[in-house]
Ligand binder design. Structure first.
Ligand code: SF4
Length: 402
């Protein structure tokens, strides 16, 4: 499919919207009440530090909602105002945050049902309004919704669109897109839908495997077994790795994306020589500033003397999981939770360790003065962070009083 031509024609349609409807003033108070917090503002104003009793909270200096997420939520709220009686659907969680998604449900914004891992678009009818989330939707989904005669509100973050533009450039030059991401993640599914040939690599280890194949050849059966769900149809490692371009899921660890890009660059330079490198390797900077800032702030925070960390965000949020990885790598006891409801009753926490299911930890707050580092993913409202902070203060106050 000529994805560029399709997007161009969609953009000129009256049914397609990428900007608000001029109703910001009508939603500002509501957004403030639902997502902002005075306590968090107070902590920010005090150098990201607040002490009560024997607990000091140290907030990361960049955390929580990024502007892409704020924009997507505001557009969804404006859409409800603009279409008060129409049925409104969202193709996916607008962002990976349970409280935001719950608020949208309460505004009668419905999620496309999913059966056996497949979205069931049969529920959507002509004239319905469909919101595309911040991390985008595949070209095929957009095409389907357009053919059905839906009104489309596209909240895709411009940083994600920037990656898609890179992939279009790869395609134009017949380069295979190497996408650093999770092949099942909605953003990566959408990104790969713009590619002609693509291969998704999860991490440096997978990238090293692919680069070794480029340089030394390898067992092609093993290669395809490893990447069968993570590459384009008909992918042939012998042919499709001769010219590659780098793309990324915007929420991956910045350092790892850079390492992967450099690894492919070195590999193709070794194989073909520096004189013709441009014919075999293409790379654009598409790492999102917000992800980078949150990761940098996390590195700064974990360098301090902390007793423990609490990382707040949806369990399926990639950028939150990466923040948790940074704490774990530093050997700091770190608890990934999605809301304050995971804390208590009493001194217990239900949290999600990396790559494991939820676990309960008793006596997680030590009975002594402590410094608790706190950060949150790009899709977590300040209000959720404030609830967690309050709960920690309350718990420690109770334990002091006993
Ligand atoms: S994390 Fe970055 S790419 Fe994702 S929505 Fe926020 S600003 Fe956009």
């Amino acid at each position: 499919m000529d994805t560029k031509a399709f997007k161009r024609s969609l953009s000129s349609s009256q049914q397609y919207h990428r900007k608000g409807f001029g109703r910001e003033a009508e939603i500002t108070d509501l957004l403030q009440a639902e997502y902002q917090s005075n306590l968090v503002q107070q902590i920010r104003d005090h150098g990201y530090r607040l002490t009560r009793g024997d607990v000091t909270i140290r907030l990361a200096e960049a955390f929580g909602f990024c502007w892409g997420v704020e924009r997507a939520i505001a557009l969804a709220y404006e859409t409800r105002k603009q279409f008060p009686s129409e049925r409104i659907w969202i193709t996916n969680e607008i962002i990976h945050n349970p409280s935001v998604n719950q608020n949208l449900k309460e505004m009668q914004v419905q999620f496309i049902p999913v059966h056996d891992d497949q979205k069931d678009f049969s529920v959507v009818e002509c004239g319905d309004v469909v919101v595309l989330p911040a991390f985008g939707a595949s070209v095929q989904e957009m095409q389907l919704l357009n053919e059905k005669g839906c009104v489309i509100m596209d909240t895709t973050c411009p940083w994600v669109s920037k990656v898609w533009n890179s992939v279009e450039k790869h395609k134009k030059g017949s380069y295979t897109s190497i996408i650093h991401g999770k092949y099942k993640h909605e953003e990566t599914i959408a990104t790969s839908s713009y590619a002609d040939k693509y291969l998704v690599v999860l991490n440096l280890a997978e990238a090293e495997y692919v680069c070794s194949d480029i340089l030394h050849g390898g067992d092609q059966q093993e290669f395809m077994a490893k990447f069968c769900s993570a590459c384009s149809a008909g992918f042939d490692p012998d042919i499709d790795l001769e010219r590659v371009g780098i793309a990324n899921q915007t929420t991956m660890l910045k350092g790892e994306t850079e390492q992967i890009g450099k690894l492919f660059e070195r590999t193709l330079m070794r194989k073909y020589g520096p004189a013709v490198l441009n014919q075999h390797f293409l790379s654009f900077n598409t790492i999102c500033d917000a992800t980078q800032e949150r990761q940098d702030a996390m590195f700064q925070l974990v360098a301090e003397q902390l007793d423990l960390m609490v990382v707040i965000g949806g369990f399926n949020s990639s950028n939150t999981t990466h923040l948790q990885e940074i704490a774990v790598e530093r050997g700091i006891p770190s608890y990934h939770i999605d809301s304050s409801k995971r804390i208590g009753p009493g001194n217990r926490i239900e949290h999600k360790p990396l790559q494991r299911d939820l676990e309960v930890q008793e006596n997680w707050l030590p009975a002594r003065p402590i410094v608790v580092g706190i950060t949150s993913g790009a899709s977590t409202p300040d209000k959720v962070v404030a609830d967690v902070v309050e709960k920690i203060f309350d718990l420690k106050a109770v334990s002091l009083a006993v």
